[in-house]
Write a protein that binds this ligand. Structure first.
Ligand SMILES: *Cc1c(COP(=O)(O)O)cnc(C)c1O
Length: 453
């Protein structure tokens, strides 16, 4: 992007076989000290990162199409964020907002209340992680409604803490053998247009879920419906038009809190500040994290004032929640998003990615393995199936996803996979990536898809 200054050369460069000697040595050290349960997708260790480039300790430069899982939307060392953090860290690193408060927490709350959908009176609380935000949204919904049941969806991902594991759909690797899980969580069918058995409309898909809620739980027992407006880890599933508005309307009619988990889809990622905006849905509570603070750990829930203020003083909080350095970073990241119109930038990325994949599907013809191109903004994915003309087969092709991601990495492009069936390639580039670098990354990806046939 012409008006963005980069510190590192925005160029992919692989010097030789990797992981190089320094990464290999770090990997050896790691094995004897870091728990094996933490896995890393990429076998190299980072030395620097800026814009769309990540360099490793052996001098290789990779194109980053993952943003540390949708976190560094403004880049991993955005000038505004770096300056704000440096300034704040020289004054105070922590006081605990629950002990001695500070202004930046209030400023972040003001920004979030203004940026989230709806013009109603809102309140905000800050935390550290996405899972913690989800946990607290559930706490507020239960307390405010006096009800217990929480409705979650097939393919959902909400985190790795005990409550959020229960809310997450996929067993391996997130849940298997980590139980027992929190009670009063109910799972209902998602709208997953590509994998529906018939051509079911969004409203009908919502009715299917609502019928299950009414029959199996009873509306008057439901505290909240919790949903990702575009599912992240579950496969970048965009529900059919009308699905979210129908659910939200039913929630409203039944005194059920509608919680949008925008931890991954928020903050310009989809070309709007929040993905619910695309559907004209105004959530009662919205959870945020990932892209919120330019890489610093911060999360938030913003919700209807009457719900949020139902909680007694001291009922919400945490030692680090709304840490002053993270708040300074969030304010700076939001400034960058506005200054560089990163919503517009995300929409531009959607056009580039869609055009490239559409052309590739044409080219592959009878050998096509791209079952669907989907997503919004800079949250785009392809679902891979066995070869066929795309519509003739929907049989999942997880091997291809793995092979393609591996081939991309070998060529210096970091690409993440996702999906309940592991057959989805997702693109989450930093929104500040240049068109040129993005296209270079997509060239590599398209070649890897051709080679996987
Ligand atoms: C990543 C994610 C979470 C969990 O966030 P953490 O910061 O890893 O706890 C929750 N919900 C969604 C939709 C996510 O993508």
């Amino acid at each position: 992007m012409s008006d963005i200054q980069y510190r590192l050369a925005q160029k992919r460069e692989i010097l030789g076989a990797f992981p190089g000697p320094k990464s290999q040595a770090l990997n050896e050290r790691r094995k004897s000290v870091v728990a094996g349960g933490v896995a890393s997708t990429v076998p190299v260790y980072v030395a620097d990162a800026d814009g769309g480039i990540l360099t490793d300790v052996d001098g290789n430069s990779f194109i980053d199409l993952g943003s540390g899982i949708a976190v560094t939307s403004v880049g991993a060392s955005d000038a505004n964020v770096v300056e704000a953090v440096r300034e704040q860290v020289g004054h105070f690193t922590h006081t605990c907002f629950m002990v001695t408060p500070y202004e930046s927490y209030i400023q972040v709350a003001e920004e979030l209340n203004a940026l989230t959908p709806g013009t109603h009176e809102k309140r905000t609380v800050l935390f550290n992680s996405g899972a913690e935000a989800v946990e607290n949204a559930v706490k507020v919904a239960r307390l405010a409604t006096g009800r217990d049941a929480i409705v979650a969806f097939d393919h959902a991902y909400h985190g790795r803490t005990n409550l959020t594991m229960a809310l997450t759909a996929k067993a391996m690797p997130y849940k298997t053998n980590f139980g027992p899980f929190a009670p009063e969580i109910y799972r209902v069918p998602m709208s997953y247009p590509y994998r529906e058995e018939s051509d079911i409309k969004g409203e009908e898909a919502a009715r299917r879920a609502i019928t299950m809620i009414e029959k199996q739980i009873g509306a008057s027992s439901v505290a909240a419906i919790l949903i990702e407006p575009i599912q992240g880890e579950g496969g970048f599933i965009v529900p059919a038009d009308g699905f979210l508005p129908t659910l939200a309307a039913w929630a409203k009619d039944n005194g059920v809190v509608f919680i949008a988990d925008e931890v991954q889809s928020g903050f310009c990622r989809t070309g709007e500040w929040f993905a619910t905006v695309h559907e004209g849905v105004v959530p009662d509570i919205i959870t945020m994290a990932k892209g919120i603070a330019g890489g610093l750990p911060l999360s938030a829930i913003t919700g209807r004032a009457d719900l949020m203020d139902a909680v007694h003083p001291g009922g919400l909080g945490g030692t680090y929640g709304g840490n002053p350095i993270a708040c300074a970073a969030a304010l700076a990241a939001i400034k960058t998003m506005k200054e560089h119109d990163l919503n517009g930038r995300a929409a531009n990325i959607e056009r580039i990615v869609t055009d490239r994949f559409t052309a590739l599907v044409q080219e592959l013809g009878a050998n096509n393995i791209i079952g669907e191109i989907r997503g919004r903004g800079a949250m785009m994915a392809i679902e891979l199936v066995q070869p066929g003309t795309g519509t003739t087969t929907k049989e999942v092709n997880a091997e291809a996803a793995k092979a393609i991601a591996g081939a991309c990495l070998a060529a210096g492009v970091i690409i993440l996979t996702c999906g309940t069936y592991g057959n989805v390639i997702r693109l989450l580039p930093p929104l500040v990536i240049s068109d040129e670098l993005l296209n270079d990354g997509l060239d590599v990806l398209c070649d890897a898809i051709r080679a996987a046939l």
